[in-house]
Design a protein around this ligand. Structure first.
Ligand SMILES: [Zn+2]
Length: 192
């Protein structure tokens, strides 16, 4: 596979990583030089599409192969790295990652969480967002084989993250209801 890595993402003339066969999952990204903690390694690029478009493209295929190259940027936008993607799409998932992704003004970048030595495989936590409707089949499907002692067993986010989101939503809703109640109460006297 040709390595076009990081020509645009890192100022260093030596590419940060190359793509090799991974023992765990197909291809993987391996450090070619020391990558310092905090380094912006590469941008996750590809075609920007809506969630419905991405779903239509891969829902059926995903039954057989979840190695599609999608990154959910927001509730509106998904990056499909199958179209115009770079080597960042080969970075695998780990429950004990040495990289993380950050979204800056709608663009996704991969950063080093710690110093990464030559030959180490790069990985970040995919933490696919749950919506609470995950079936057992899906749970099996997104099973994690990262081999870390910290492995949570799934490349989906921990269930606690979904609970946290749901609770925050409920709190926000309750606040809104309270505000509406106050407003209607405040209005009443002026109507009389
Ligand atoms: Zn794992």
């Amino acid at each position: 596979m040709p390595s076009v890595t990081s020509r645009r993402a890192t100022p260093s003339p030596v590419p940060a990583f190359e793509i090799r066969r991974s023992a765990i999952a197909g291809a993987g990204a391996y450090a070619l030089r020391l990558i310092k903690k905090g380094e912006k390694i590469i941008e996750y690029v590809g075609e920007r599409v809506s969630h419905p478009v991405a779903d239509a493209r891969y829902d059926d295929a995903a039954e057989h192969d979840h190695h599609t190259f999608l990154f959910a940027v927001s509730s509106r936008t998904v990056i499909d790295a199958t179209v115009g993607g770079n080597d960042s799409r080969f970075i695998n998932h780990s429950c004990e990652p040495n990289c993380e992704t950050e979204i800056e003004k709608g663009r996704v970048f991969v950063f080093a969480l710690r110093d990464i030595k030559v030959g180490e495989e790069l990985a970040y936590d995919y933490a696919y967002e749950r919506d609470g409707t995950e079936t057992e089949k899906e749970e099996r499907y997104y099973k994690c084989l990262c081999g870390s002692p910290m492995c949570r067993g799934t490349i989906m986010e921990p269930k606690s993250e979904l609970l946290k989101r749901q609770r925050a939503k409920q709190r926000a809703l309750a606040k809104k209801r309270k505000a509406v109640k106050k407003k209607t109460k405040a209005k009443k006297p002026s109507k009389r």
